[in-house]
Design a protein around this ligand. Structure first.
Ligand code: ATP
Length: 367
């Protein structure tokens, strides 16, 4: 990845009639990065991708690719290429002809042949030139669709939910493959997904969208550790949210009184910009320890009762009901010893490392 911006969105807005599908989008994408637009269905992420591709024009603002204003530039004249959700490849053509499709009539036949072979090798389909498109597995079809886009040598590859048609296992395999491919080619990939794990495992940075707005743009690790508000915190992984009152703020630290746990000092989250006396704080389920007896080695503890146990294999998720806290607290425990230690109805203690409590700022009504 370089520091050079390959795509710049400046104040981009898209209206469909009176409906605002995207608004106030300011975003710089770096050359060579894997960027994902993440958000729930209908939040406007495909709309943003389609505006970059040139299938739709913004109603306001500007899109620059490689420094050039794209206003009025049709999709086929942009240095971008798109891979669609349904990986629409032609069923009556063989693999080689599918991949060669966009180059036909543009470059000499010998060059097409060489580039088809090169593109098929990139996606690990070397030698499958003659195979009929309808004789391929779902994963192979997705790779043909990728090869067909890559053969055009785009500066930016746009991917609209590229893996959503695949089953879980294959999807996870393709996530690794696509990430490796992107890194070895050094092309900028911009992917739309509603799958937080997909976005986190594949991306250098993620832009989280809600209701047509870009809420936060950050690396997966920062989004997870320092989400800017409740909506982002709850969309990226699971988060226990508790109300808290700020007693004092000094030198980047907040002294707070947090529901159930009492007084503690936590770091002020620079990404949470809505400040108030009454705030909410977040605790990730894996940052709580669950014990049969009151733990002496934790600064903050809470007594509760197991209300639910879910076994995930590598870890176990407990829900712990606590008096005076509305929702059960989620706790995730690594399954080191392959045992389920607690059962529904057990009385337990929760231990909390205060340093892991995340300031989420003021509760927003809309989120
Ligand atoms: P999904 O994950 O379901 O594809 P998305 O986040 O990609 O969702 P968009 O496809 O960008 O969402 O759509 C954003 C909003 O704009 C939705 O409410 C959608 O119904 C609306 N919308 C999209 N295209 C049009 C259109 N051509 N005319 C009118 N409304 C549209």
């Amino acid at each position: 990845m370089t520091e050079k911006n390959i795509i710049e969105l400046k104040g981009v807005e898209k209206r469909y009639g009176s409906f605002l599908a995207a608004s106030g989008i300011d975003l710089d994408l770096r050359q060579g990065e894997f960027f994902s637009l993440l958000g729930p269905s209908g939040c406007g992420k495909t709309t943003v991708l389609r505006m970059i591709a040139g299938f739709q024009e913004p109603t306001q603002g500007a899109i620059l690719i490689d420094g050039q204003d794209m206003a009025g530039v049709p999709a086929n004249n942009r240095p971008t290429n798109m891979v669609f959700q349904s990986y629409a490849i032609f069923p009556h053509l063989n693999v080689a002809n599918n991949v060669a499709y966009g180059l036909r009539g543009r470059v000499p036949k010998a060059e097409i042949d060489a580039r088809v072979t090169e593109a098929l090798e990139m996606v690990e389909l070397g030698g499958l030139h003659q195979r009929g498109a309808n004789e391929l597995s779902g994963g192979q079809r997705q790779r043909v669709a990728l090869a067909r886009a890559l053969i055009m040598r785009p500066k930016v590859l746009l991917l609209d939910e590229p893996l959503s048609a695949l089953d879980k296992k294959l999807r996870e395999q393709m996530q690794f493959e696509m990430r490796n491919l992107q890194q070895s080619l050094g092309i900028t990939f911009v992917m739309v997904t509603h799958d937080q794990y997909e976005a986190m495992t594949m991306s250098d940075r993620i832009g989280v969208m809600f209701d047509g707005r870009l809420e936060q743009v950050d690396t997966p690790a920062t989004l997870y550790a320092r989400p800017c508000n409740r909506a982002v915190a709850s969309f990226i992984g699971e988060m226990n949210i508790l109300p808290a009152t700020v007693l004092e703020e000094t030198g980047g630290m907040l002294s707070i009184e947090a529901a159930g746990f009492g007084r503690m000092r936590i770091e002020r989250n620079v990404n949470a910009t809505d400040r108030a006396r009454d705030i909410i704080v977040g605790i990730r389920p894996e940052q709580l320890e669950i014990k049969a007896d009151k733990p002496a080695d934790y600064p903050a503890t809470l007594k509760g009762k197991i209300s639910n146990v879910a076994f995930y294999g590598e870890n176990i998720h407990y829900h712990v009901a606590v008096e005076n806290i509305d929702k059960p607290i989620a706790v995730s425990v690594p399954n080191y010893f392959h045992t389920v230690d607690f059962n529904r109805g057990d009385a337990v203690w929760l231990g909390l490392q205060v340093a892991s409590v995340i300031d989420l700022g003021k509760e927003r009504k809309s989120s």
